[in-house]
Each structure stands twice: as structure tokens, then as C-alpha cells.
Design a protein around this ligand. Structure first.
Ligand SMILES: Cc1ncc(COP(=O)(O)O)c(C=O)c1O
Length: 303
């Protein structure tokens, strides 16, 4: 029996007990950071969010995160109640209140707000959105490559809660993660509606075969910012990269596999459904892409 692990595992940091949290314009100690039990986020998962990372005093790929947040809010017909600069100002104020300069992770959440009555209809949220920013000191800390298990929960079609939406409601992903844990893995590998390998419950997924990097078409997964950066980096650096359909057979037989996400950048995968992937350790392509991504972040935060 190995220890439980997740892709979002960070080193313990006692300072996180003392953080200040943004709640609707107020920046308050963790213990005072609460929302109403009538909040549509709490009650129904009715909201959208972004995960952002601070390196060297700068929020990496801030424009892309703001684009995605406002696009998602528009899609669910949620008025954030402020413009992009307002959101960035809230993020900066929270960062400054916490005295954070690097290795911090923000979860910026916007819900439809407090409801008049405990029912679903969005018109019951009348007092404006709720915005919360949790910002923690965070250094990814994975002692070994991640283990995945495929699960019965699939990535749905876009007309049933488009999987591109970073919605508060993550129940499909959570059920997938629970199934993977019960199968003895760390997290879930999810297939699309046609049975092709798509993504994991919390990160995007890539394989490496014979010097080529493959990821899903993007049709049923989160439009991950790190995913796109990896694709762009491969193209710029002469690494063949394909967004395509592929199956579990291609995946088990891959030389390497890795996950992408803002938190962990690129996380190696050692095992899927009990099959060791490649050597089971981080492979040379994953290592190279990690280095290219690290250099991209350095360029991004020094620009
Ligand atoms: C389901 C899912 N896939 C992938 C990602 C990674 O996206 P990004 O690279 O933008 O952090 C996330 C992060 O929010 C996610 O929730």
C-alpha cells in the first residue's frame, strides 16, 4: 500500500494558517472568510473560477486567465460586476495584503451570489455576485510520478455542461477521482464519449510516443492554459505535437505520459491501470518540456 497522493500536493507551509482571504471587497483572516449558506456557489455549484500562479511578483499568463474567466462568466450569463482591471486589482490587493511575491497559488471564484430562497432558479440571486480569492503559499511537492486509473465517468458532450467550463460544480470530476482512488490510483484518467483518452479529473493529459507528443483533440477537456503553452512550446521547438484521437492501447504503450496544469506545470505519470508507462520514471521528453516551460515562465514574469 503506497501513500495517498494528488497532483495538487504542496509542501506543508504553516504560513497558510495566517493567510488573508478576499471576500467581496474585504480582505479578512481565514477564520472570518465565510459566505452565506444561501450562496449559489455553495448551494448549487453555480459559479466559475480560475487557478493562477505567482512567480517572481507576477501572475503567469494573466491575460489568458482573465480571457477564460470572462468567457466562462458570459457563457453562464453571470455578471462579474467588475471589469478585468477590477478583478486584477482584487488579485493584487490580496497578494499585497499577504505579502506574497512568489510560489503562491490563487483560486479566484465568482458565483452568482446570495439567493433569496433556497432554490435553483438563477433569478433568485439578486444581490450581485460573490467573489472570493484564496491565495496560499504553495510549492508542488510530488515524491513520485502519479498513478492513474481509467474510470467509468466520461467527459460529456458540450451541450451537457460543456467540459470547457471551469465551473464550480465539479461533481463529475470528483466522482471520477473517487473511483480512481478506490481502484488504488491517485487520480482518474477520463475517456471521451467515443472512448478515446481525453484528460484527467483535474489536469490535461499528454503521451509521448517515438519522439512525438500526443494530446486529445481538446473537444471534451478543459481548455487548459498550460496545455496550450505546451503545444505552442513543442511547435516552436521542433517537437512534433498532435491534437488527435488515441486509445488506451496507444496510452499503455507510450514511452512517457504527463499531466499539465497551472499548479504542477508538467507532472510525470508512472502508471496507468497497473501498467508501467515507459520506465515508470520521468522521461526525457517530459524533462525537456518542463525545462522549456520553466524558461517560458521566467520570460513571462520578467517581461
Ligand atoms: C479539469 C481540469 N483540467 C485541466 C486543468 C488545467 O488547466 P490550466 O492549465 O489552465 O491550469 C484544470 C484546472 O483548472 C481543470 O480543472
Amino acid at each position: 500500500m503506497t501513500e495517498k497522493m494528488s497532483t495538487h500536493q504542496a509542501a506543508e507551509d504553516a504560513r497558510n494558517e495566517e493567510i488573508l482571504i478576499y471576500v467581496d471587497g474585504r480582505i479578512v483572516p481565514k477564520a472570518e472568510a465565510t459566505v452565506s449558506v444561501y450562496d449559489s456557489g455553495f448551494m448549487l455549484g453555480d459559479g466559475v473560477w480560475e487557478g493562477l500562479r505567482l512567480y517572481n511578483g507576477r501572475w503567469a499568463f494573466l491575460d489568458e486567465h482573465m480571457d477564460r474567466l470572462f468567457e466562462a462568466a458570459k457563457a453562464i450569463d453571470l455578471d462579474i460586476g467588475m471589469d478585468r482591471q477590477g478583478v486584477i486589482d482584487a488579485l493584487t490587493a490580496t497578494q499585497q495584503a499577504n505579502g506574497m511575491t512568489t510560489d503562491a497559488h490563487a483560486r479566484l471564484m465568482v458565483t452568482r451570489g446570495v439567493k433569496m430562497r433556497p432554490f435553483q432558479h438563477p433569478s433568485l440571486s439578486r444581490s450581485g455576485p460573490t467573489m472570493v480569492i484564496i491565495m496560499e503559499h504553495s510549492r508542488p511537492n510530488l515524491p513520485r510520478p502519479i498513478r492513474l486509473a481509467t474510470v467509468p465517468h466520461i467527459r460529456g458532450l458540450p451541450m451537457t455542461q460543456d467540459p470547457k467550463l471551469n465551473s464550480h460544480s465539479k461533481l463529475n470530476c470528483i466522482l471520477a477521482c473517487i473511483a480512481a482512488e478506490k481502484a488504488g490510483a491517485d487520480e482518474a484518467l477520463m475517456l471521451d464519449v467515443n472512448g478515446f483518452v481525453n484528460t484527467t479529473n483535474a489536469c490535461n493529459f499528454f503521451i509521448v510516443r517515438k519522439g512525438e507528443v500526443w494530446t486529445s483533440t481538446g473537444d471534451y477537456c478543459m481548455n487548459g492554459i498550460t496545455r496550450q503553452k505546451v503545444i505552442d512550446l513543442c511547435r516552436e521547438n521542433g517537437i512534433p505535437v498532435f491534437e488527435r484521437n488515441y486509445s488506451l492501447v496507444d496510452t499503455y504503450g507510450a514511452d512517457e505520459a504527463f499531466l499539465t496544469g497551472t499548479f504542477g506545470a508538467q507532472t510525470p505519470v508512472g502508471e496507468i491501470d497497473g501498467r508501467v508507462i515507459g520506465t515508470g520514471e520521468m522521461g526525457p521528453m517530459t524533462r525537456r518540456i518542463r525545462e522549456l516551460y520553466k524558461a517560458l515562465i521566467e520570460k513571462e514574469v520578467s517581461a
